[in-house]
Design a protein around this ligand. Structure first.
Ligand SMILES: [Zn+2]
Length: 445
């Protein structure tokens, strides 16, 4: 296996390659990077993954991330040797991804007008730090450990900082968290404090915080764990892996995500590209990315709402100038991303190019939903006994909207990803106190 994994620029005209120990998140020409594997994993591993669900005392089998370690083996280790696994792989005692799998939720299905058998919702909020981020943090921090990093660094609207802080504390690393001052749900920030992270407040929004964190990582020996880090994307591939495994590797018609920085879209796209290339799946599910109306960069550009051009990956030739002009337009008009769903309150999605590549490969779509729709989506998930945050509600009501537009058909099989757990206690309290809200159960006296 030695020498199997390497890094490669995603721009097909550039294609620069780097050894796996490289820590730059971009190629020398400023393009994003992919983790690549030379070997083609045999689909007989499907049985191995299934068997590992009986963990036999191994935390790396218990982990919903490392159970699939053969498909993310950038450490290039013998995946059956527990001794090697524990030397290299970073895990929160096997708990990342352990409780994540798709469920049927009949009240959500009824609300959407889809048959209960055809709708699956996968809560990622039951990860140890409360969001999907633990999937990718396990792999990013594994790479950080592999190259001997002492400090991990991230910018965060909340969930990333909680996850980074938790992993750093477990590994005895330092952790710096850059946040947009005053814009973070207090419950989310409290986790980072709790885990001993150093909070750095930045005037501006998430995009400004990310820029400053990347500068500081480069200049002060930090290791960036935001989703621009290609190793984050590797761990997040296990979200669709788990969904597909529970569906016996039979592709659904759709996989639906809320759209923020587009790390999930990118990782789902990469997972599907690899599985298809390896012959593990025959059908490619379509990805639907649901933006908030108040932070709709992808939907605007993808659907031609800016300058009338529909932005596409275009086989590796995306019109990046269109993206720059869109961002200039946001700046000039003073348009800041604005939604109560802070997890997706992002105006400049750092992974937009990888996201476009994912949408092109899967014939994907993007649309927007309002804050009040997201609250309904979040609340109907709650009525099934599952907890999710407001941004996750986008996956539910996004399906409703796309069904109304007849893009998602009534008999399509849909997997919606619920990205995080409720961390802002007042959101459901305020929702239910207002009897006008669709699923509100106001207090009685
Ligand atoms: Zn390049």
């Amino acid at each position: 296996m030695q020498g199997d994994a390497y890094l490669k620029c995603i721009d097909p005209q550039c294609g620069l390659e780097y050894p796996i120990e490289n820590t730059n998140v971009q190629c020398d020409k400023g393009h994003m990077l992919d983790v690549k594997y030379k070997n083609k994993p045999s689909s007989s591993l499907k049985e191995v993954f299934y068997k590992r669900r009986n963990s036999e005392g191994s935390i790396f089998n218990e982990s919903g991330v490392w159970r699939f370690r053969d498909l993310l083996n950038f450490c290039q280790i013998d995946t059956e040797s527990m001794e090697e696994c524990s030397k290299y792989l970073v895990s929160l005692d096997g708990s990342e991804g352990r409780q994540s799998k798709p469920y049927h939720m009949s009240k959500a299905a009824e609300f959407l007008g889809i048959s209960n058998d055809n709708l699956w919702l996968q809560p990622e909020g039951y990860n140890p730090s409360g969001s999907f981020k633990d999937n990718g943090m396990a792999t990013a921090v594994t790479h950080a450990k592999m190259i001997g990093a002492k400090k991990i660094v991230c910018a965060s609207t909340g969930n990333t900082s909680a996850s980074a802080g938790m992993f750093a504390a477990n590994e005895g690393m330092n952790c710096d968290v850059y946040i947009p001052a005053g814009q973070i749900a207090p419950g989310k920030l409290s986790q980072a404090y709790q885990f001993g992270a150093q909070i750095v407040e930045v005037d501006g929004n998430f995009d400004d915080a990310l820029k400053q964190s990347l500068d500081d990582a480069q200049n002060h020996d930090g290791y960036t764990v935001n989703s621009v880090n290609p190793f984050r994307i590797e761990g997040q591939k296990t979200i669709p892996f788990r969904a597909l495994e529970y569906l016996n590797w039979e592709s659904p018609d759709w996989i639906v995500y809320p759209g923020g920085a587009l790390g999930n879209t990118s990782s789902c796209g990469k997972a599907l590209m690899e599985l298809y290339e390896w012959g593990w799946i025959k059908k490619i599910p379509r990805i639907a990315v649901i933006n908030s109306e108040g932070a709709s960069t992808l939907s605007d550009l993808y659907n031609g709402k800016f300058e009338g051009e529909e932005l596409r990956w275009n086989k590796g030739n995306p019109n990046t100038e269109l993206i720059s002009r869109y961002y200039d337009h946001l700046d000039k008009e003073g348009l800041r991303p604005k939604t109560k769903a802070t997890a997706i309150q992002i105006g400049r999605p750092a992974n937009i190019l990888k996201g476009l590549r994912a949408l092109e490969f899967t014939n994907g779509v993007s649309t927007t939903v309002s804050d009040s729709e997201m609250l309904d989506g979040m609340s109907v998930v709650g009525l099934n006994g599952f907890d999710c945050e407001m941004a996750s509600g986008a996956s539910v009501v996004g399906v409703k909207k796309l069904m109304k537009e007849e893009i998602i058909k009534k008999d399509d099989v849909v997997v919606g990803i619920l990205t995080g757990r409720q961390k802002d206690a007042m959101i459901p309290v305020d929702y239910h106190r207002n009897p006008e809200n669709k699923f509100a159960i106001p207090p009685k006296n």
